[in-house]
Ligand binder design. Sequence first.
Ligand SMILES: *Cc1c(COP(=O)(O)O)cnc(C)c1O
Length: 217
Amino acid sequence: MALAEIQARIRAAERAAGRAEGSVTLIAVSKVQPAERVEAVLAEGQRVFGENYVQEAAGKWPGWRDRFGPVELHMIGPLQSNKAKVAVELFDAIHTLDRPSLAQKLAGLQQAGAKLPRLFVQVNTGEEPQKAGVLPGDLAGFLNDCRGLGLSPVGLMCIPPEGEDSTPHFAMLARMAAEHGLHGLSMGMSGDFEAAIAHGATHVRVGSAIFGARAYQ
Ligand SMILES: *Cc1c(COP(=O)(O)O)cnc(C)c1O
């Protein structure tokens, strides 16, 4: 089945890159997938999932966590500040810290007593105007501001421009993470996760290669 094949390809890519077995976490991206497909993957033992929409995730995952036990949930879609509180309660990691207003919102929740999920800063490596993420040239300042607010991001995340070779974007993200002493690298999707692992990805976000094509309504 697809999950086992993807896991095997991840292990092979780790070996090929000379990296320790298990150094890459597979995030199964379950957004808008039919419940029976997600339940099949849960039944196979997968316990790390990614979602893009707070409301959708909040509707699905409490019930699945009751049935299947602890599941690590990663928020990988754009996060509106007015959904941050729900997201902080639901998710174990947020990969899309992408702007000062969201950093301030999260810092406020932390000051009010919330335990924050692990945070990844999304970087707009392709400098695409329509895409979320901190511009590479703004990253140092943004990280400084985050730390000033009491936030401690653990890594960086990127979504390379569509239709382009992802490799230079992965290399750039890895270089920036090293420069700033960040260990986490969230990069690589169904079409390019092996290249991302070669460049040091610690988290790959794979949806359609596991679940099949998404059917948006
Ligand atoms: C949907 C999505 C994925 C998964 O994409 P696939 O091509 O289906 O593997 C990964 N990352 C992000 C940010 C996404 O929105």
